[in-house]
Design a protein around this ligand. Sequence first.
Ligand SMILES: Cc1ncc(COP(=O)(O)O)c(C=O)c1O
Length: 375
Amino acid sequence: MGNVNDPLPIIRPTLPDLEAVFAAVRDSYDSGTVTVGKVVDRFEREICRFCGVDHAVAVSSCTSGLMLSLAALDAPKGAEVIVPSFTFAATAQAVLWNDLTPVYVDCLPGTMTVDPNEVEKALSTRTAAIMPVTIYGLPPDCDRLSEISREQGIPLVSDSAQGLGSTYQGAAAGGFGRCEVFSLSPTKVITAIEGGVVTTNDSGLAAKLRSMRDYGKGPDGEEMLFNGLSARMSEFHAAVGLLSLRNAEALIEARLNLIRRYRERAAELHGCTVQDFPEDRTSSGNYFTLHIGQTAAKDRDAVFHALKTRNIQSKRYFYPPVHAQTAFRTRPHRVVGDLPRTWSISAQALALPLYSHMTAAQQDRVCRALESLLK
Ligand SMILES: Cc1ncc(COP(=O)(O)O)c(C=O)c1O
């Protein structure tokens, strides 16, 4: 990637050394216990320490973790789950696979996380859960959402896919609500190549999820207690996750430094804004998005296409709003209001190349391209 015109991808996983992965997984491999064995166990314990929680349940993906976390609520068919429309599709998919009804609400203008006032408006007698989402790595307004959850007696099941390593009021993400579900896919800061992990302080929920990720097996392994899934984590994936997790501080710091530089350069671009970073929380640095407003020299889509011709990959993200996508608008749902902020942010957001080992020269190339288009 040394050449000025080489393809510049939007994201690249920063992977641990392969020999170290082999060394970490060798015992399991030789023993034949190659899934949910010693390494998964160690990974879960280190996640507990990292997130400051009592339980971590490793699963095959964040999506399967969300599906199981919602299934564990045993809500009746058609019960409602409040979700932001400004999110990735998997948030809604986890709801729909459970035969529950997503209720889409608007986001806040600055952090772009779910608006707690809109969540309150969306509550009904059928609400089974609220599913806040970590946006680009930034946690939502956890205090207000916890308050609503407590007052209404409705659980928070958090889609924290992008948020492993983020903090809220000085505490690591992981202990918010009934459970948080993180993704470990290759686009995440900390990756297991594929995978996810559910964190919770509820021992009953953790035990249920352990069973449910393995078809819902009971103690004898024969009779199924729950309608589960095949959603285990392999020892190999856990080894990659474990080594990635041990490097978390450096991975996050590198991204936050890159984001700081992007934000400084973005301040020079007329009509462009960036996500608010309130002082009470920190981002995991999963994505950096530039928000190209109506007074900018070019619109978002024009910039997206122009970057592509320069071999720089970017992504309209999240776009289109989930509730308006083909897969979801034809399924049972409710929309609370017109979601004006979701529509406008979704029309302006452009995620730019960002990964922990991205060089200053690569970042400079992106910034110079943007400056030539937007200054
Ligand atoms: C907000 C959000 N939720 C859920 C997911 C799904 O994660 P996974 O690919 O691990 O299932 C993603 C993945 O990018 C995401 O960004």
